[in-house]
Design a protein around this ligand. Structure first.
Ligand code: GCU
Length: 608
């Protein structure tokens, strides 16, 4: 299938807005979820814009939303757009006159949106929510929503693709599709699309920061609201036998309130205690809007060579992952989300990184509830620093940082922001790039450490702007192939050198090996389950000996789909310790022996 190449420059860019609070239903708010089967058609000739498909089009076939399109139709695997979606819905009674927002959980990569033929605007970048003011374009009865999606790879996008080969490379790395990252560039509406209604005068955001003073929890809340007449803001915290509340009069659009919880039940991986924070706006004693969310009282700090949760050193044990499942591609699959947490618990993991893009809000909700420690990563993977397009790539990274912090800032599970994965940051220009992103992140959220995951062994210009060092290492695989002991020795030297250079805690955010399920050898040889198990075991032994190593994340929890190339059998990255359909390899059992002693003990206690 040929790819489109259309542009939207002729359209009036009304633009999407940052989405923060996850839509909820309660006495003052309602949500209409548009998930289901939508009309769909490909547009290989990019004819739809000029043909006015935004006002409706003749559908070719039904498609499931949310999900990628690539594995739903056999002729679409490598087709990266443009494609068109449309669905019809009936406006609920009582919504006219309300503030109504149209919210997308994630569309990869570029979305353009029409409502009843009116162009609402576009959003660039997958994996983060965005929304539009829909009220002016809605009508009583039936409404038509149309979305144009394309996931074209381009050097000035983030993540980039189709980077012109460097003439200095003897064998330019070629894969299909031509990505500069190692996962499949799935396209489509990947998470739920909802309309939600609030009063015209409503709470628009809540920012929660928590402290611990001895056995007392301090919860500082900033409440933002739509411009409106004076009102009273009441905030209450309930849970674990406590209920505290504070009220302030609100003349402007912002209120700052502090709540105190004596004998607080802190949030931690061992005890992910949550309280319900309820915010209410009232006037003349009558409540007109309410929003509630879970709050975990905890602190995250870096001191010397240690990462601390609530002042106690913690060691991360877990995985780099992907949102990837057969047929659904990168689409939200709730049973797979539940399954992956159960598998991580079974192995004895307490942590994961959202490699290489933010995961769904639904999955992050479970991390908060189950007590997993999350390194929350932006979609900036494969960044390179050639002058051409650099400004645009920085603009996109700034947007992603703003969108990610706005979405996940209140989550106790999120303990670290990762600005990027494996940027080519030995090159000039990287230093200023990450100085700016680090500064922006700290200005938006001074409470969490900031890092990025690097493949470099020295002179990574970005490490100056990391509160701790995250390293991706494959000695014994991409280098020292077939030579496990040499790989382990090199790992040990490399980590000591990195720590001696930067004097910061180190997390090894990737290590592992491909293993063809069912492929065995003795002695272990590359691509067998034995080699993968031995590689991971050897790394774990080295890492356990290093006091400055604050975490170990195996790459990867599960096998996942990637672009086709000579090193990827069947277009798959097989470094999972579980297969793509979640069956354990030898390495999963081996990790369990290392990590899950505590898990088994906890389970025995739970079942006693
Ligand atoms: C890199 C990269 C991953 C990739 C892995 C691999 O470190 O961060 O996205 O999948 O190596 O080569 O398997």
């Amino acid at each position: 299938m040929q790819r489109g190449g259309g542009c939207l420059s002729g359209l009036q860019r009304t633009g999407s807005q940052i989405a923060s609070l996850y839509p909820c239903s309660n006495a003052s708010r309602q949500v209409l979820n548009l998930s289901g089967f939508w009309d769909f058609r490909f547009d290989p000739g990019d004819a739809g814009l000029d043909a006015g498909w935004g006002a409706g089009f003749a559908p070719q076939r039904p498609i499931a939303v949310p999900a990628s399109w690539n594995e739903q139709f056999e002729e679409a695997l490598d087709y990266l757009g443009p494609a068109w979606y449309q669905t019809r819905f009936i406006l609920p009674w009582g919504w006219s006159g309300k503030r109504v927002r149209l919210r997308f959980g994630s569309v990869n990569y570029l979305a353009a949106v029409w409502l009843n033929g009116a162009h609402l605007g576009e959003h660039e970048g997958g994996h983060l929510p965005f929304e539009f003011d829909a009220a002016p374009y809605l009508r009583a009865g039936e409404n038509l929503l149309v979305v144009r999606v394309e996931g074209e790879l381009a050097p000035d996008r983030v993540p980039p693709g189709r980077i012109p080969p460097d003439p200095r490379d003897d064998f330019p790395h070629r894969n299909h599709p031509d990505t500069s990252f190692d996962f499949f560039p799935f396209c489509g509406i990947h998470r739920p699309v909802v309309l939600y209604a609030t009063p015209r005068d409503a709470i628009t955001d809540l920012t929660v920061r928590t402290e611990l003073e001895g056995t007392t929890g301090l919860v500082r809340v900033r409440l933002d609201r739509t411009p409106g007449d004076g009102a009273t803001a009441r905030l209450s915290l309930k849970g674990h036998g406590a209920e505290v509340a504070e009220e302030v009069s609100l003349s402007g659009e912002t209120a700052e309130i502090e709540l105190t919880l004596p004998d607080v039940a802190p949030w931690s991986p061992e005890a992910p205690n949550l309280y319900e924070l309820a915010a209410e706006l009232s006037r003349g004693g009558e409540v007109f809007d309410r929003y509630s969310l879970p709050v975990g009282v905890r602190t995250v700090t870096v001191e010397g060579d240690a990462l601390l949760i609530n002042g106690e050193p913690v060691k991360l044990r877990g995985f780099g992952r992907h949102e990837d499942f057969p047929v659904a591609g990168r689409g939200l699959v709730p049973p797979a989300v539940v399954k992956d947490y159960a598998l991580m618990r079974w192995v004895g993991a307490n942590s994961f990184r959202t490699s290489h893009y933010p995961y769904s809000e639904e999955a992050m909700d479970l991390a908060d509830r189950l007590g997993f420690l999350v390194i929350d990563e932006t979609p900036a993977v494969g960044l390179f620093f050639a002058e051409e397009g650099l400004g645009r790539r920085l603009q996109l990274c700034r947007q992603y940082v703003r969108e990610l912090v706005a979405r996940d800032k209140n989550r106790p599970a999120v303990i670290l922001w990762s600005l990027a994965n494996e940027p080519h940051s030995k090159r000039p220009g990287a230093k200023e790039f990450f100085r700016e992103l680090y500064g922006l992140t700290k200005s938006l959220d001074p409470t969490r450490p900031v890092t990025l995951a690097s493949m470099h062994e020295e002179a990574d210009e970005a490490f100056e702007f990391c509160d701790l060092i995250c390293l991706n290492r494959y000695f014994g695989w991409y280098t020292e192939p077939g030579m496990l002991e040499e790989g382990f020795a090199r790992l040990s030297e490399d980590l000591d050198a990195a720590h001696a250079r930067y004097h910061k805690p180190v997390i090894v955010t990737e290590f592992g090996a491909d293993a063809l399920p069912g492929c065995h050898s003795h002695p272990p040889e590359m691509f067998t389950e034995e080699y993968q198990a031995e590689m991971i075991s050897g790394y774990v032994r080295v890492l356990e000996e290093k006091p400055y190593v604050a975490g170990q994340h195996v790459w990867n929890l599960c096998d996942f789909k990637t672009a086709q190339e000579a090193r990827r059998v069947g277009g798959m990255n097989l470094k999972g310790v579980f297969t793509r359909d979640r069956r354990p390899k030898l390495a999963a059992h081996r990790l369990r022996q290392f990590w899950n002693a505590r898990h088994d003990e906890d389970t025995r206690k739970e079942r006693a």
